[in-house]
Ligand binder design. Structure first.
Ligand code: ZN
Ligand code: ZN
Length: 332
């Protein structure tokens, strides 16, 4: 309960110093928000009592079958027409990590090596790197599809402190920003139709999140998000949709801001995420997804993106690295 009061939805805006503390807790310190479903040992090592969530349990949204050592993305978790959404692929590392580490996952990093086939069993192999880190490779027929790691400790910040605070500062909009949000007109790229049913951003995705960020300043893109009880996992937002929500949402401003040319598309290359606090369903206000593109270097575009509570709680911070490809390649 104390943790809830500390960072809950009704809390006043946190002071700058407190926000810095919450954002960049030193490795080895205890984050009380990580104690849900866990037996807190008082240090940062938290024993999870049987990680199980809606994307791990049998059902329409299951992506991991531990008995058969298989990852399998159902059709509604698509990005392009025939392959999985990169954010979903990344989010499943939070489940894999929690399962193998027996703790909640504080940080993860995933690299997408090739399009993730849908409705297909993929194998996974895990290797314990140290007491708090597990690396997992997902593949098919000996070829790597995903590689990466999950850790029960925040190893290094995924973005600069200034950037994180800048994103956080925009959880509430000024009048001018509201007007900009309301009058925003999207600039679409050549892959618009291919991603119409993308789980995260597709306007026509029946079971999807349908998250379309809009511009609120020259650089910052923003959207509110009420995920609905479908994605609730014991009072909190399940980790897979929480992480997936920061995927293609971070790329929606690429055309309007000139990071992509009109004949270019992009695919997620790597994704780093830090889970700073659990997104609890304790506020009618829902969440905020806020992104800012860092830079394009050659064929790579780096974007910072965060999931926040309505009053500024930092839930997930992500850094997406996008690879510029042709629209043909982006189709998956
Ligand atoms: Zn899970
Ligand atoms: Zn998308």
């Amino acid at each position: 309960m104390a943790a809830r009061q500390l960072m809950g939805g009704k809390a006043p805006f946190l002071s700058s110093a407190t926000r810095r503390e919450a954002l960049f807790a030193k490795p080895g310190t205890t984050n009380p928000r990580l104690c849900r479903r866990s037996v807190c040992s008082g240090s940062h090592s938290l024993k999870l009592v049987n990680h199980s969530c809606l994307t791990c349990q049998p059902g329409a949204d299951r992506v991991i079958d531990y008995e058969n050592n298989a990852v399998n993305l159902p059709q509604h978790f698509r990005g392009p027409p025939t392959s999985g959404n990169g954010g979903v692929a990344t989010g499943l590392y939070a489940c894999l990590g929690a399962h193998f580490l027996e703790t909640n996952v504080a940080q993860l990093q995933v690299k997408l090596h090739q399009p993730v086939p849908l409705s297909t069993d993929l194998d996974f192999d895990e290797e314990q790197v140290d007491n708090e880190t597990v690396s997992v490779t997902v593949g098919i027929n000996g070829e790597t599809v995903l590689s990466g790691w999950a850790s029960s400790r925040i190893k290094e910040p995924v973005m600069s402190e200034d950037t994180a605070l800048e994103l956080q500062r925009h959880v509430a909009l000024s009048e001018e920003q509201k007007n900009r949000f309301d009058s925003y007109e999207e600039v679409f790229g050549p892959s618009k139709d291919h991603f119409a049913e993308c789980f995260v951003c597709g306007p026509e995705s029946r079971l999807g999140l349908r998250l379309r960020l809009r511009q609120i300043t020259d650089q910052i893109f923003w959207q509110t998000w009420n995920p609905g009880r479908r994605w609730e996992d014991q009072g909190a937002l399940a980790s897979l949709p929480a992480i997936a929500a920061l995927d293609c949402t971070s790329a929606l401003g690429f055309y309007v801001n000139g990071f992509l040319g009109e004949h270019e598309s992009c695919l997620l290359g790597t994704y780093d995420a830090a889970v700073t606090s659990l997104p609890l369903f304790d506020s009618e206000e829902g969440f905020r997804v806020i992104s800012k593109t860092r830079e394009r270097v050659g064929r790579k575009i780096y974007t910072d993106v965060g999931l926040f509570g309505a009053t500024g709680e930092v839930h997930v911070l992500g850094k997406a690295t996008w690879i510029v490809v042709s629209p043909e390649v982006a189709k998956g």
